[in-house]
Design a protein around this ligand. Structure first.
Ligand code: 13P
Ligand code: SF4
Length: 354
């Protein structure tokens, strides 16, 4: 098995300033929620939220017939929902994916400044020549990338179906160029034995989980199961009982017999996880320990930019509309639609197409 990191992470990732702590009174919160609900109906809009955003937004999505989910389901839901406006509470690549799949719909976001370190760590002007220099490889990119990067890819994939897709490509004898997450890439390579050339970027949130500190916490709680997102470092994944996408981790929290769970992913997930598994004790995996900086402290600084106030403002004014250059969109659609078709074929257990 070859593991090769050819491109160092040349892009220095700058985290945004910490989102100001806005404490809303109950009355303010209720007024904002009522206003957003009214505007969603008036604008023929539906709210599509990720598990890492503020729980007020997750609750609103649930109460208004929207969705709270992992990135694959967000894309699928937005694509199949009849509303003319999709309001995506998450990070930019999620809004762009919605636009790539639904050019006829208006896609709004509470802020257009919510980035992702994986997207930032894989600029198209470096990635495209890298693909050209390795043209014998099938280019598989994680959904956490820009529309321009998706436009150069053969496949887009999310963590919920990545293992199945890589196994599928390996069975067809294809060599893979994987970008951008090195931890997820390493995990996929070890699990499948596929020939993968890896881009070298990481998620600033998951990269901070520490294997040593996690081992110590496990010793204190030998009855706890560890559940981890595959964007976490190898030392963390080696200690995990379950590795999966955000939706898969929520399912595992419910189904595992353990009463205690150590969770190695963004703590925004605790709202939905605790709702799904109410009698479980959920503990955050440690970001402390040797070499720790705790810059994000298990919460994505860009997801944290989504809030009730900017959501209401966006719906009110129509600001923060997501636009994707049409030529780029058409190219990016190919690999993105392929992901949805592949996911559907898995659900329907049809033979896997190409
Ligand atoms: P999921 O597809 O598992 O929701 O992951 C998206 C993400 O950005 C995790 O950091
Ligand atoms: Fe990107 Fe990490 Fe934030 Fe997910 S948690 S959006 S991978 S920076």
């Amino acid at each position: 098995m070859n593991q090769r990191f050819v491109i160092p992470a040349t892009v220095a990732i700058k985290l945004p300033p910490a989102a100001p702590t806005v404490t809303l009174s109950n009355t303010e919160r209720e007024e904002l929620v009522a206003r957003i609900k009214r505007l969603l109906t008036q604008r023929d809009a539906v709210l599509v939220a990720h598990y890492y955003v503020d729980e007020d937004l997750q609750r609103l999505a649930e109460e208004t017939g929207g969705c709270v989910s992992d990135s694959l389901e967000m894309a699928r839901f937005g694509n199949e929902h009849p509303a003319r406006t999709l309001v995506v509470a998450g990070v930019r690549f999620m809004g762009e994916t919605a636009k790539i799949l639904n050019p006829e719909k208006r896609v709004l976001m509470p802020t257009l400044e919510a980035e992702c370190s994986l997207d930032l760590g894989c600029p198209a002007d470096q990635f495209i020549p890298f693909c050209d220099a390795n043209s014998d490889r099938t280019v598989v990119v994680y959904s956490n990338t820009s529309a321009e990067v998706k436009a150069r890819a053969d496949w887009v994939v999310t963590s919920s179906i990545a293992v199945t897709l890589i196994n599928h490509l390996k069975a067809r004898g294809e060599k893979i160029l994987w970008a951008p997450d090195k931890h997820l890439g390493t995990y996929l390579q070890h699990l499948t034995g596929a020939d993968m050339l890896l881009w070298n970027a990481a998620c600033v949130v998951h990269d901070e989980f520490k294997g040593h500190a996690l081992a110590a916490l496990k010793r204190q709680h030998p009855d706890a199961a560890v559940i981890a997102h595959p964007e976490s470092p190898t030392a963390v994944l080696q200690l995990a009982d379950v590795i999966g996408s955000t939706s898969q981790l929520i399912k595992a929290a419910k189904e595992l017999p353990n009463k205690k769970l150590i969770v190695a992913t963004d703590r925004g997930i605790f709202y939905k996880m605790q709702q799904t598994a109410p009698n479980k004790l959920l503990m955050e995996a440690p970001t402390a320990g040797e070499g720790a900086t705790c810059e994000s402290c298990a919460h994505c600084p860009w997801m944290a930019m989504n809030a009730l106030r900017n959501l209401a403002q966006t719906l009110d004014t129509g600001a923060n509309e997501v636009h994707v250059d049409e030529a780029v969109r058409v190219k990016a659609l190919r690999a993105t639609q392929r992901m949805l078709d592949f996911a559907r074929s898995l659900k329907e257990r049809k033979p896997l197409g190409d």
